[in-house]
Design a protein around this ligand. Structure first.
Ligand SMILES: [Zn+2]
Ligand SMILES: [Zn+2]
Length: 510
């Protein structure tokens, strides 16, 4: 048997190809293990850069960063979760003719196909001169998807390399995981890397929170920690507070004679909002309120939510662990009274006109959580948002440079006019772990006694610095690195050196 590791101090290289340098999207980390054949290694996530993250200050489009350098010689691509900022560049690999295995849990795999197909569709619709990939590339990609079970050590890397990956559900969104990579040398000495992925909430509707899971987390010492920091500087808001925030905002709009538009991300947030409205009908949402869903991808994904097994779809609602007492109740959580589902684009355009000055109570839930793509654009640009009594209620993270971010930061600038629907960002809707105490309660469920290197990723620089300070204040002696984009970090035991990654002279996109 071939052993690649001579000592626990064997070299490991981690190269950041996204989700770093203060950027939140485009998550992609390549890991090269010493001794493996020329440049072989694995990739954790391969996501799309979104919004302002998409271009460098010099105008380079990061999404086009050479797939050849990122993916050449990889053995596996490991996916933490379905969000497009973690999966959205994967089809480029298969478009380029490479054939790596993609490892994901079943609940991630279920949602990947419609999410990636939608990403291809958006590119086709926008007539981009250089598309990253099309729907055929997505089909090709999915042929290489291998479903793995959580809490099982799956062999990865080259044959006999003794590298394994274990997926650990973490309560971020349906199917989300942290991933523990174990490497073992001939003396059974190990060097373990924990990729937190996007960390979730202690309690979470739909997928259940991480509190349900932590007892199952392994106790192996973590030597290298790659941790996200998106909401580190934000204190958590309770479920009840966020629910009340949303329902109060909706009622305020009605009181002022208008109606609310809720642009939502189609995966998880859409289903979360439906569940919340279902459980509020007859109370803060009166039964005679007309609910319109204009979110084709959201509905496709909803069908898949409804087909999940009882083990996959948690009985948790907010903070209440066993809220749904049986399967009927559990699968009934998305049912709504007075519901109209809009299918065609024409019907969407007509609804915009119809609801612009609608005298009754209505709620429109539309796809396109950042106001960039999807059906919400029809209302943002249409008649609905010309009525100053109507209100746009954003519940999703608004990436810098998106229409949603511009609207949230400059109220009443819809379509460049100074009058029109008001725009409000409703607080508390995040699937990310928030603030130092929640974050460290999660991290310290792992064995961090032998931590040597910490890479703080997936957050603005202010959040990353705050997290670094918190690690230091808590007495961690590890090297702490805030990686830049396209930076290589060489880790040998307790030493870690960083240098810019030198792209090869390999031509073209591969
Ligand atoms: Zn995510
Ligand atoms: Zn993310």
């Amino acid at each position: 048997m071939k052993n690649y590791y001579k000592s626990p101090s064997s070299k490991i290289e981690i190269i950041s190809f996204g989700g770093d340098g203060g950027l939140v999207s485009g998550s992609c980390h390549r890991v090269n293990f010493e001794g493996s054949d020329k440049g072989s290694g694995i990739c954790v996530d391969y996501g799309l850069f979104q919004g302002r993250d998409e271009r460098s200050a010099r105008g380079e489009r990061w999404n086009f960063t050479r797939v050849g350098d990122i993916a050449h010689g990889l053995t596996d691509i490991l996916i933490t979760h379905t969000h497009i900022d973690h999966t959205g560049r994967i089809p480029m690999v298969y478009k380029a003719g490479l054939t790596q295995r993609i490892l994901a849990t079943e609940t991630t795999a279920i949602f990947m196909k419609p999410m990636l197909q939608n990403s291809a569709l958006i590119q086709a619709r926008e007539h981009l001169p250089n598309r990253l990939y099309d729907e055929f590339d997505v089909d090709k990609t999915l042929r290489y998807l291998k479903v793995v079970k959580p809490y099982v050590k799956v062999p990865i890397g080259q044959k006999n390399s003794q590298i394994t990956a274990e997926f650990l559900p973490n309560g971020h969104v349906m199917g989300a995981n942290s991933i523990l990579i174990r490497t073992t040398n001939g003396d059974h000495q190990e060097q373990n890397i924990l990729f937190t992925g996007d960390m979730g909430k202690p309690q979470q509707s739909l997928c259940g929170g991480y509190l349900d899971q932590v007892a199952k987390y392994p106790h192996d010492p973590i030597h290298i920690l790659v941790v996200e920091s998106t909401s580190f500087t934000r204190e958590p808001i309770s479920f009840e507070e966020k629910r009340t925030n949303l329902l109060n905002e909706i009622n305020n709009v009605w009181r002022n004679g208008g109606n609310p538009l809720l642009p939502v991300l189609s995966f998880h947030r859409f289903q979360e909002i439906l569940e919340m409205l279902h459980n509020s009908q007859g109370e803060l949402i009166p039964d005679d309120c007309q609910i319109f869903i204009d979110a084709p991808l959201g509905m496709t994904l909803l069908d898949k939510f409804k087909k999940l097994s009882p083990e996959q779809l948690s009985n948790q609602y907010g903070d209440e662990a066993d809220f749904y007492k049986n399967e009927d109740e559990s699968f009934g959580r998305f049912n709504l009274k007075n519901l109209t589902v809009i299918n065609s684009h024409e019907d969407s355009i007509n609804l915009d006109k119809k609801l612009a000055g609608y005298p009754g109570k209505a709620i429109i839930i539309a796809s396109g959580g950042m106001g960039e793509h999807g059906r919400s654009v029809n209302y943002l640009r249409g008649y609905f948002c010309k009525n100053p009594k109507n209100v746009v209620l954003f519940t999703c993270f608004q990436a810098d440079g998106t229409k949603g971010a511009a609207l949230v930061h400059h109220e009443n600038v819809l379509n460049g006019r100074t009058k029109g629907a008001k725009v409000i960002k409703v607080d508390g809707f995040t699937s990310h772990i928030s603030g130092p105490s929640e974050t460290f309660a999660f991290l310290e469920r792992f064995n961090l006694t032998k931590l040597e290197t910490i890479l703080i990723t997936h957050g603005k620089n202010s959040a990353r610095s705050a997290m670094m300070t918190e690690f230091q204040n808590r007495g961690y002696k590890a090297n702490i690195i805030l990686p830049n984009l396209n930076q290589k970090i060489e880790i040998i035991g307790q030493s870690a050196n960083t240098s810019p990654y030198n792209f090869s002279s390999r031509s073209g996109r591969l």
